[in-house]
Design a protein around this ligand. Structure first.
Ligand code: GTP
Ligand code: SPV
Ligand code: MN
Length: 625
């Protein structure tokens, strides 16, 4: 590129140039100049933290036609294209230099080749549109946790979402040191039709250049593919955390109240669409984060922050009874964006909302009517299962007051959970930190969900629920997690949960509200206030404690039959799972720590011994005696 400053001065307004130059960082200047030269926009908007700039983004999202107003003041809706309804694993790749190797389980392309391809697709992609530059922070600003991020996009919708989801940080950028390493994201919707939908679906690409901390994404609008600070940044921060000795995780963080009004923070990793937001939003508890958490050791404590400050949450099944907090936000004036729902008479409708829904309206499929079929003859549902809402956490009545604490909060427990219809009990506690990280985290097996484009309901191993986002050798990542507990005075307890266990008839053995009981039990365990029964895979709750908790938390009677159906140890299913996990590690996780194999072997032995003694299906009452 020719002279960076010259180019910027030519392409920016005087005000825009002044704003960008106030950020004294040559990497940023070069990235912006390159983006302008490559994508050739009609105008450039350098967005500061000012109310006026933020308002401009909000207004342009509607003016451009990417969002439309709903009846409730402040609420808007947006559609992504029919084949752009979730994260797209197939087209999401790491750019790997010829001289380097990444685990083969990670999707990748040779760096030069990939760069040439995606830059070719980005060429002149912003002609006729605006290039928006946003300065944002992951983690509370001005904290040891902060990660400064620069987003460039030609989508006012993406820029608007990021305003609700992240902390604005232009002021911090102006104070950054010259060589500060900033994560940089460049997104373009590519060619769009009159409805402002990306049309070149064949050339949707998300390529991550971890050698430069830069990500390119094109021909897509879905939030998970386009908002740099979401999963794209997670991939880069996992690498940074690896270098710097902290952890970046796909986890919610929530404050759970215990006896005497004490509050205990729990964090939990679940694969996409497996329960993070639903757990973080339990009524009566607090929500600090619902998707991405950073952990650091501070003065011997295990401390966590939310990388984000808003929620990009699944709207399916959100109903007044189970989700009163978010239901309220979705129905009162305030800033809310909903995506890929059905809209009729300026009102949004979604699957499982517990209310009557209209027979026609507008959806991601265009004009929709009940019985409408796609090209393959399949009926199109009224809204997509992965339809989502965007709100700032502060809009929620139970937003945790420590959200912006630069030191984060101390964690009492860490949870791993997935969609396991057959093997794992609904809740259990590990014997120690490493045991839990290995047996509940590194052994996590789960059904694929609608949050990712592709086949739903296929069982797969998803290490710590973060496998989609891992950009370091998988074995190293597991080891980092195991080692993280070293030097911590009070190590968090580790729990495994499974909200999706089914009985022989295929029915779920738990109700959606039962998770509230599990987290209350965990809270008690953190403080040594509840007993547990040892089983081959960990420690499970005692019947009497659950009777009390179901009554206290949900006002429900908990029978012995409930307990037996939920907590029976299914020996053959667990043994089969251990075999699959072991095979997976042998084949796909070079350098998986020895403790993984040892823990699996010990668990297999425990399961076999228990099976020999009690049979294939062991009632928890048999273990208690
Ligand atoms: P991402 O935002 O994709 O990372 O997902 P998440 O982990 O935050 O998932 P979320 O909590 O939004 O829930 C995912 C889906 O699981 C929703 O459709 C819920 O209705 C459903 N779900 C949540 N909890 C339960 C449960 O206890 N039982 C059953 N059967 N479904 C549940
Ligand atoms: C996930 O898929 O895990 C999400 C939504 O949280 S996305 O923004 O698509 O990553
Ligand atoms: Mn997620």
């Amino acid at each position: 590129m020719s002279n960076v400053k010259e180019l910027l001065e030519k392409k920016l307004t005087a005000e825009g140039f002044k704003r960008l130059m106030a950020v004294d960082n040559s990497k940023i200047h070069a990235f912006v100049a390159d983006a302008i030269e490559l994508t050739n926009p009609d105008e450039v908007f350098i967005c500061t933290d000012s109310e006026q700039d933020v308002k401009h983004v909000r207004e342009m999202a509607v003016k451009s036609g990417e969002e439309r107003p709903l009846e409730t003041p402040g609420h808007t809706y947006h559609f992504d294209g029919p084949s752009d309804q979730g994260r797209d694993r197939e087209v999401t790749k790491y750019l790997v230099p010829k001289t380097e190797k990444l685990s083969k389980a990670l999707n990748q392309i040779e760096r030069e080749e990939g760069l040439a391809e995606i830059r070719g697709l980005l060429k002149d992609s912003m002609k006729g549109r605006s290039l928006i530059v946003r300065f944002l922070s992951l983690g509370p600003a001005g904290s040891v946790f902060s990660v400064p991020c620069l987003q460039i996009t030609d989508s006012w919708y993406v820029a608007h979402n990021e305003d609700l989801l992240y902390r604005t940080a232009y002021e911090q950028f102006c104070k950054l040191s010259r060589d500060e390493n900033v994560l940089c994201f460049l997104h373009s919707c590519g060619e769009m039709n009159d409805d402002m939908i990306s049309v070149d679906v064949e050339h949707k690409r998300v390529y991550m250049d971890y050698t430069r901390d830069q990500v390119y994404t094109v021909n897509t609008q879905y939030g998970g593919n386009t908002m740099g600070l979401k999963k794209l940044a997670l991939r880069l921060t996992i690498r940074r955390a690896d270098r710097e000795g902290w952890l970046a995780e796909h986890m919610f963080v929530s404050g759970v109240y215990g006896p005497g009004g004490r509050k205990t923070y729990l964090a939990g990793a679940f694969p996409s669409a497996c329960g993070k937001t639903s757990t973080a939003m339990l009524p009566g508890e607090t929500i600090l984060g619902d998707d991405i958490a950073y952990f650091r050791k501070i003065n011997g404590q295990f401390r966590a922050v939310n990388a984000e400050s808003g929620i990009f949450g699944i709207i399916q099944n959100v109903n007044a009874q189970d989700d009163p907090l978010i239901w309220d936000v979705l129905h009162k004036p305030g800033e809310v964006i909903v995506g890929n729902v059905l809209v009729a008479d300026k009102k949004p409708y979604w699957l499982g909302m517990g209310e009557e829904t209209p027979d026609k309206g507008v959806s991601f499929s265009g004009e929709w009517f009940k019985g409408k079929k796609d090209a393959k003859g399949n009926e199109i549902p009224l809204a997509h299962k992965n339809a989502r809402y965007t709100v700032a956490l502060k809009a929620l009545a139970n937003c945790d007051p420590e959200l912006d604490n630069p030191e984060g909060v101390e964690l009492g427990g860490v949870i791993y959970g997935g969609r396991d219809p057959k093997a794992s009990v609904p809740v259990q506690q590990s014997f120690d930190w490493a045991h839990g990280v290995v047996l509940y985290g590194a052994s996590l097996e789960t059904e694929t969900t609608f949050a990712i484009i592709g086949k739903e309901g296929v069982m797969e191993i998803n290490l710590m629920s973060i496998q989609d986002f891992l950009a370091i050798p998988l074995g190293k990542y597991i080891q980092n997690n195991i080692d993280f507990a070293k030097g911590i005075a009070k190590t968090p307890l580790v729990f495994g949960v499974n909200y999706f266990l089914r009985d022989k008839e295929g029915k779920f053995v738990n109700g959606v509200q039962d998770k509230h009981v599990w987290v209350k039990w965990m809270e008690l365990r953190v403080h040594g206030d509840a007993d547990a029964i040892t089983c081959p895979t960990g420690q499970i709750p005692c019947y009497e404690d659950l009777v009390k908790l179901f009554d206290q938390v949900l006002g429900k009677k908990y029978t012995k039959d409930d307990y037996v159906s939920q907590f029976t140890i299914r020996v053959p299913e667990n043994l089969a799972k251990i075999d699959r996990v072991e095979k997976y590690h042998k084949e796909n996780v070079p350098g998986s720590p020895q403790i993984v194999y040892d823990t699996l072997a010990t668990t297999r032995k425990r399961l076999k011994e228990a099976g020999d003694k009690h049979g294939d299906y062991i009632s928890p009452f048999d273990l208690a005696s």
